[in-house]
Write a protein that binds this ligand. Structure first.
Ligand code: SAM
Ligand code: SF4
Length: 363
């Protein structure tokens, strides 16, 4: 189908595109067609989220992980890493830094740990930061429904759990045999039952991944009725099994794929929150701004103390290793102003889709 016909179909209503349409959008390489598609996706973003970008201060709470995902720099078998876990006091202090930047939301992200001690620790953190009145997202991997419920009751509002790929066979090639794609899907369903704003996402540019896989990823986001999407290109890490065997894909190609995914997802789902992730910035200095122009409306500036950032490298070339939260805010503000976009200061920036599907008023 011609690009303008695809765009017209996409705009007619959410989820109008089929797998073949989405595969076509994701694999676009013609610059004129890409420009048209991104402009349409950006218009949709402005219609649903305004000319604003919502910020979530990102705290990388620890790099201890029980999992061994074959692509991830903090997987448990990577011995070339010094491990850390922030304390409740550390996390409260960094949350205050985020609140001081007037970011209305916070993300606590880290390795996956399933234990009563860790569950109680996260509850403590959530209760300690509750008075700051921030929208809190957790990204702490697979847990039982009971744990998700406890964290929700302690103050978390959103949870981000990427499915990584919607293709179970590809998932199996990227993870050890005891990591389960089905459990991840069950966790997403459990998060919904607990009343979270649910985020998922995938990596693109994975070895062995096809355009059809990526198109089906976007359909999966719709089927799970996701409120938010955090996705980005896979970037090899030299100390991981996948980083050692993966055939190199040019950075420009990874970036194009990441941006095509954002635009196609916006055109498919219309009113969800989509993050312009740090992996985009790792591939191009202005990668996140390009993400906004392709339809993203959320950024996650790092507010972790700079001393910890080198120990939380999921992939090679992580940006902003030495930039503190204040410098980061100034830089983002200038960059967004050049696009005619403003930071959604002091606002939680909830997913419009979440409020629509739950009938709750937008905050
Ligand atoms: N441990 C939790 C989990 O896996 O859901 C949350 C933290 S984990 C580091 C966050 C995300 O980092 C993963 O969902 C994965 O998509 C991404 N990631 C890990 N290694 C990556 C790599 N080499 N390139 C790009 N993204 C990567
Ligand atoms: Fe652990 Fe998440 Fe990395 Fe997998 S992606 S090894 S679960 S931190």
């Amino acid at each position: 189908m011609k690009t303008d016909a695809l765009i017209k179909k996409a705009l007619s209503h959410p989820r109008a595109l089929g797998v073949a349409d989405l595969a076509e959008l994701v694999s676009l390489t013609d610059e004129g067609a890409i420009r048209e598609v991104r402009a349409a996706a950006y218009d949709l973003k402005c219609r649903h989220c305004g000319k604003f970008v919502s910020m979530r201060g990102l705290i990388e709470i620890g790099n201890v992980c029980a999992k061994d995902c074959l692509y991830c720099g903090i997987r448990k078998s990577n011995a070339s890493l010094s491990r850390y876990r922030l304390t409740v006091d550390d996390i409260e202090r960094m949350a205050r830094v985020s609140a001081l930047q007037n970011y209305g939301s916070l993300v606590l992200q880290g390795g996956e740990i399933e234990s009563e001690a860790n569950t109680a620790f996260i509850e403590d953190c959530l209760r300690r930061i509750a008075p700051l009145n921030l929208g809190v997202t957790l990204s702490l991997g697979e847990q039982t429904e009971e744990v998700y419920r406890r964290w929700k009751e302690a103050g978390a509002a959103r949870y981000l759990l990427r499915i990584e790929t919607s293709n179970p066979l590809l998932y199996a090639r990227l993870h050890p045999a005891d990591h389960s794609w089905e459990r991840r899907v069950d966790c997403l369903r459990a998060l919904r039952r607990c009343g979270y704003q649910v985020g998922t996402g995938v990596m693109c540019a994975l070895p062995g991944q096809t355009s059809e896989d990526l198109a089906r990823d976007i359909v999966f986001f719709g089927d799970i009725d996701a409120d938010m999407i955090g996705m980005g290109p896979y970037i090899p890490h030299p100390d991981t099994p996948l980083g050692q065997i993966a055939p190199p894909m040019e950075n420009a190609e990874r970036l194009r794929l990441g941006l095509n995914m954002i635009a196609a997802t916006r055109l498919y789902l219309h009113d969800i929150n989509i993050a312009a992730t740090t992996a985009l910035q790792a591939l191009a200095d202005n990668g996140r701004e390009q993400g906004v122009l392709a339809g993203a409306n959320v950024m996650m500036p790092n507010v972790t103390d700079v001393g910890y950032r080198r120990s939380y490298q999921l992939y090679a070339g992580k940006p902003c290793l030495d930039e503190n939260a204040l410098a980061c805010r100034g830089c983002l503000e200038r960059r967004l102003a050049l696009l005619g976009e403003r930071i959604n200061y002091g606002q939680r920036g909830d997913s419009p889709h979440f409020h629509r599907r739950t009938g709750t008023p937008e905050g």
